[in-house]
Write a protein that binds this ligand. Structure first.
Ligand code: UDP
Ligand code: MG
Length: 330
């Protein structure tokens, strides 16, 4: 079977109320841009309601719909990951099923990609009807992340985006467990651009992102894309050592001027010495743990976008992942 022009990956968690409407609008958007030449992957992420029977019914009625049922709730990022692993299309759209990201934007996303982009991500111009606490924490988090992360992760974006097959193959080859997809896509490079859009209110149902899940995602983003928190331990060790030197001088002066109680000087010096040593050891451990962490993430060392030589003047776009991962035989 030939690969379709477009795959749509849509994670679903307790979406029975809105799924029919999502499918109707998504199919209309796909038909307008790639008639018959698309697949819509609906990934049921361990829903507790009738989402899976709804998906089964949709897949039985529409030839372009594929349903995937995860064995339990794995969370949004892994549901998208599972869908992407099975997407066959030349381009892949990642979209929420609650209609907060309008399916009708597909055409604009496709047109931007035609201009030569690998990734076109939706950037939220406005987020109507979201609670102020969520807006404030999101605002703060994205600014903190962009200050600390090793790559520029676009602010105010979710996972709503259109990505090329080339980027998808690279993404699928990244074995890391803790997946913060928007960061991983940014990390992969290539030509990326944004499309501003207005985030709609939820069509039906309730958010599946509990506070705990959101904290988990936030932590995954920070720890997967920054070793600053680990290096912080090292910095604190250095600052602690400096303070310890000052303290030691103070203790010695106390001893020499006879103001110290008997036994206090030796006790204080022992404590200062060993606590400084401990901090220093923590700093050293942090440096090694950081490197182990980078290594076990198993990311490719680099990605080549294009290779040109006199034999191929037009330039050779790599067919799939010509990443270091491929070279390492992973
Ligand atoms: N979702 C999922 N698994 C989860 C939570 C959410 O697959 O554990 C899906 C959900 O069905 C929706 C998308 O991920 O399509 C975004 O979730 P939600 O709308 O609940 O998050 P919010 O938009 O409130 O941040
Ligand atoms: Mg939502």
């Amino acid at each position: 079977m030939d690969a379709p022009r477009l795959s749509v990956v849509a994670p679903c968690y307790n979406e029975e109320a809105g799924l029919g409407e999502f499918v109707r609008r998504m199919i209309a958007a796909c038909e307008a841009i790639a008639p018959g030449d698309y697949e819509i992957l609906l990934v049921n992420d361990g829903s507790r309601d009738a989402t899976w029977p709804c998906i089964r019914a949709q897949a039985a009625t529409h030839g372009n719909i594929v349903g995937l049922n995860l064995a339990r709730n794995h969370g949004h990022q892994l549901a998208v990951t599972a869908g992407m692993a099975r997407a066959r299309g030349a381009r892949v759209l990642i979209i929420d099923t609650d209609l907060q990201d309008p399916p009708e934007l597909l055409e604009a996303l496709m047109r931007r990609m035609d201009e030569g982009f690998d990734v076109v991500y939706g950037r939220r111009r406005s987020r109507s009807a979201e609670n102020p606490l969520k807006l404030a924490t999101a605002w703060l988090y994205y600014r903190l992340l962009s200050g600390l992360a090793e790559v520029e992760i676009p602010r105010d974006t979710g996972d709503f985006r259109l990505i090329s097959r080339r980027i998808l193959d690279r993404l699928n080859a990244m074995p890391e467990q803790d997946r913060f997809l928007r960061g991983m896509v940014a990390w992969l490079g290539g030509a990326q651009t944004e499309l501003l859009y207005d985030r709609e209110p939820r069509f039906a149902g309730r958010t599946g992102y509990s506070f705990g899940k959101m904290l988990g995602l936030a932590a995954a983003g920070l720890t997967s894309f920054s070793t600053v928190p680990l290096r912080l331990a090292g910095l604190m060790a250095a600052a602690g050592a400096l303070a310890a030197c000052g303290l030691a001088v103070y203790v010695m002066v106390g001893f020499l001027t006879g103001r110290a109680a008997p036994g206090w000087t030796s006790l204080a010096l022992i404590m200062i010495f060993f606590s400084t040593m401990q901090l220093a050891c923590l700093g050293i451990l942090g440096a090694y743990v950081g490197r182990i962490f980078q290594q076990v993430k198993g990311r490719p060392l680099y990605m080549i976008d294009e290779i040109v030589s006199s034999a191929s003047v037009a330039g050779v776009a790599p067919a799939t992942t010509d990443t270091q991962a491929a070279a390492l035989g992973r």
